[in-house]
Ligand binder design. Structure first.
Ligand SMILES: *Cc1c(COP(=O)(O)O)cnc(C)c1O
Length: 372
């Protein structure tokens, strides 16, 4: 029984998933745990602490604020800031975050910033675009990159990395292999160019793989991997989902039951019109909680006493209504939106979206509860 909408967080499942991913890796491959977007909507503090206990080497976040929150929670593990912005330079420094330099212009701004403070040897990571065309310096910019690095003593290049665009898609294997090959040859060219100018230049780390990269292309693990979704229990493929265990389970109590007769409607704008006598249960979750309108009109289905109850009509801001005509139930009974049997991936798929979007969209007002 749950008394209010609750996202249960199972840290033992997190540990299990970490071990499953770790098993794909060589003993000396480092593990960066991606905990951006409030650890994919879970519970940033406890999740990060558990990951520290499990022995992760690095954290990855998207925003400086997320890194600051980890530091405030007492985390001292190195943090790679994936998508830094010039507006956050002071915060990056204050919280000892390691920025990913994804454009020559950002790199120059960061160097100017460090030099203005007389800071030397600050750890940074160079991000190159190998085909995703999102963030990353282009391989053709190598000359500018090398000259910017050689022109300053403010940077310590910890890694040269890139990001796969379709590592979860078996039909995109050729594209992925091409990304890997081009990244490899760029790395060789870059380090050789650097060493020609500065014999003391150490080989920076390489990393390329996200969760699906680790699972589908473990040979491309290099020095480190960056896993997010797999830690939370999803492998973007049923065969990997079976090895992993969902960390989060979303449940809510039924607040009220209504009997509606044929011809009556349910929810705003007559989103559902009963063709026959129908029993409706109202649940305190809505689009403001991240259960978007797309889940309405029977695209989403919750579970009550282990039976499917489709979401009828339009999802409201704070409420949604489900069909319980064939399920004996009453106010106070528990509805499962997703759990370890009925995964978030399946719930998301019903509405044409993915576990990532569903999990990261769950709003703050849903209580998080750590499963003992
Ligand atoms: C979000 C992100 C990841 C994690 O990807 P998953 O598919 O969740 O494992 C890794 N690397 C970068 C650059 C990212 O932005």
């Amino acid at each position: 029984m749950v008394k209010e909408p609750t996202l249960f967080i199972d840290l033992n499942a997190l540990a299990h998933n970490y071990r499953v991913l770790r098993q794909q890796l060589y003993a000396d491959t480092k593990f960066l745990a991606v905990v951006k977007a409030s650890s994919y909507g879970h519970a940033p503090g406890p999740v990060a602490q558990k990951l520290v206990d499990l022995g992760v080497d690095y954290f990855g976040v998207a925003y400086a604020l997320e890194g600051a929150e980890l530091r405030a929670a007492g985390i001292s593990t190195p943090i790679l800031l994936l998508h830094p912005m010039a507006a956050h330079f002071e915060q990056i420094l204050a919280y000892n975050l390691e920025p990913s330099l994804y454009s020559v212009s950002l790199m120059r701004q960061w160097i100017d910033f460090l030099e203005s403070k007389n800071i030397t040897d600050y750890p940074v990571h160079l991000k190159f675009n190998s085909g995703l065309n999102r963030l990353g310096m282009n391989f053709e910019e190598i000359t500018e990159v090398v000259s910017a690095i050689l022109g300053t003593n403010s940077l310590r290049i910890c890694s040269v990395f890139s990001h796969l665009g379709a590592s979860d898609d078996p039909n995109a294997e050729e594209f992925t292999r091409d990304q890997i090959t081009r990244y490899d040859s760029f790395y060789e060219t870059f380090t050789e160019k650097m060493r020609n100018k500065n014999p003391l230049f150490n080989n920076p780390w390489r990393h390329l793989c996200n969760t699906s990269g680790v699972l589908n292309y473990p040979e491309a693990q290099y020095n480190m991997v960056r896993c997010g979704i797999g830690l939370y229990g999803y492998g973007n493929d049923p065969k990997y989902d079976r090895l992993l265990r969902p960390v989060a389970q979303l449940k809510a109590p039924i607040l009220q039951i209504h009997q509606v007769s044929a011809g009556q409607s349910v929810g705003y704008n007559h989103g559902f019109i009963a063709q026959k006598p129908t029993v409706i249960a109202s649940l305190p979750l809505g689009h403001a909680d991240g259960l978007h309108r797309i889940f309405g009109k029977e695209n989403g289905c919750v579970w009550i006493h282990d039976q499917p109850a489709p979401i009828l009509g339009n999802v409201c801001m704070d409420m949604l209504m489900v069909d319980v005509t064939n399920i004996p139930c009453e106010a106070g009974d528990t509805a499962v939106i997703f759990d370890q049997q009925h995964g978030a991936q399946d719930f998301a798929e019903g509405a044409g979206t993915i576990s990532y979007e569903l999990l990261t969209g769950l709003s703050k007002r849903i209580r998080r509860s750590i499963v003992p």
